[in-house]
Design a protein around this ligand. Structure first.
Ligand code: AMP
Length: 411
């Protein structure tokens, strides 16, 4: 996002809080604690930026947009009440049901007695989710009713996530291809971005534990003709209209995690923001000025805005630390970034990195998002993997099969 914002002809300076080693090369980075509303508001008051864009879910769920709006600042992102589409899975499911928007069957439960009562309505495998934000870790797919009850117990007691869940959602297990369908909204109108497909598992062939995302690709071929219009009508517009009717209009990025099932697209989850690593691939395909589009959302004039996209494809391959999503070492020097950036069509986006003098060091589980565009998915992937061949840090891991589902379909 910082990269796309910095490219805008409307922007003279980007300030990023807190930023990272890669962002520091294009923006002024300021330390900030994302849990501390006062320090974030204080920073905004000191900087007086022309536009504030809220990236992550935690400050959105704390109501940073409401706090900044109250002080008269221009801010892109949903209010606390609208961000509940992401911050409470129970709220999101009940909202979808109230507005007849396609989603799997579910039960929202407040204790084990309610789980035990609801469980007989579900067939294994059963999806068990903690209600609140869990950074992608709050979802358990249970092979039996018995293990689903155990998982719910673990979520209620806090033994599974470290924090006790107040509500647990049981869900029908949906099968199909998963698509990330993101839109911009000004609260009344929505405009779709191009579709993307994430790869959540750590291992090749979609095996092993879930991660924050190990790679993503975006091409127009991912959705059959007419599908974008179907999703806009039955899911996105219905959601934007429903939120406005309930008095909590949703302005910001509405990220729909969809399962393309035999009975059509079904909503798995919403995010209230740009997702990672989808954003890296999507924004590399965006030919329009991102800041102009986000300002149209803030000003309620998105219906006049159209987004232009580069044809072809984009792909992002995530390079992670050895051991991720479990424990891993940090502080390891990263080499080859300059050579990687010279590969045609490539941008190396940083996630868990930090800058120490001239050196870039690892500082997180997912370290880099090596992203490339090309005239086809094959070309975009080949550029991304060529760039990865230039980069090195001790224990660097990446999946070599990003895009495998579409490549298999095409073969
Ligand atoms: P969520 O955080 O709700 O998106 O869930 C994380 C991942 O779990 C999703 O990206 C899916 O791969 C999987 N998942 C979540 N809900 C379901 C479901 N009802 N059926 C099948 N898979 C699911």
């Amino acid at each position: 996002m910082a990269w796309a914002v910095a490219r805008s002809k409307k922007v003279t300076e980007v300030v990023c809080a807190p930023g990272n080693g890669g962002i520091a090369q294009i923006a002024r980075c300021m330390p900030v604690n994302l849990k501390d509303m006062d320090s974030m508001v204080g920073l905004a008051e000191a900087e007086q930026p022309g536009l504030i864009i809220v990236g992550p879910e935690l400050p959105l769920s704390l109501g940073i947009v409401d706090a900044l709006q109250e002080r008269g600042m221009r801010v892109f992102g949903p209010t606390r009440a609208a961000a509940m589409l992401e911050s409470s899975k129970g709220f999101a499911k009940q909202f979808l049901q109230r507005h007849n928007i396609p989603t799997g069957n579910f039960a929202v439960c407040s204790n084990i007695a309610e789980i035990e009562k609801a469980i007989d309505f579900f067939h294994a495998p059963i999806v068990v989710k903690a209600d609140g934000l869990a950074a992608g870790k709050g979802v358990i797919i249970s092979p039996s009713r018995h293990s689903a009850i155990e998982a719910a117990q673990g979520l209620f007691s806090g033994s599974l996530l470290g924090e006790a869940a107040e509500q647990v959602v049981l869900e029908e297990f949906l099968e199909g291809d998963e698509i990330s369908f993101l839109c911009l909204s000004d609260g009344k109108h929505a405009v779709p971005l191009v579709p993307a497909q994430d790869h959540k598992r750590i291992g090749e062939g979609d095996t092993g534990p879930n991660t924050g995302g190990m790679g993503v690709y975006s091409t127009d071929e991912m959705l059959e003709s007419g599908m974008t219009e179907w999703i806009m009508h039955h899911i996105v517009d219905a959601t934007i209209r429903g939120m406005a009717e309930e008095g909590t209009p949703f302005a910001g990025v509405l990220y729909c995690g969809l399962m393309m099932t035999a009975r059509g697209p079904q909503v798995l989850e919403f995010n209230a923001r740009f997702g990672d690593p989808e954003t890296q691939a999507l924004l590399m395909r965006l030919d329009s000025d991102l800041v102009e589009a986000l300002e149209a959302c803030v000003d309620g004039r998105l219906s006049e805005t159209e987004l232009r996209w580069a044809p072809g494809a984009a792909a992002c391959v995530v390079a992670s630390s050895a051991g991720y999503p479990g424990s891993y070492k940090t502080g390891l020097p990263i080499t080859g970034l300059a050579a990687a950036a010279k590969v045609p069509g490539v941008q190396v986006f940083h996630s868990g990195s930090t800058q120490l003098g001239e050196q870039t060091l690892t500082a997180g589980g997912r370290v880099l998002g090596v992203t490339a565009v090309g005239s086809s998915l094959e070309e975009a992937l080949s550029h991304a993997y060529q760039a990865l061949g230039e980069i090195h840090f001790e224990g660097m891991y990446f999946r070599r099969d990003i895009g495998h589902r579409l490549l298999k379909k095409k073969a």
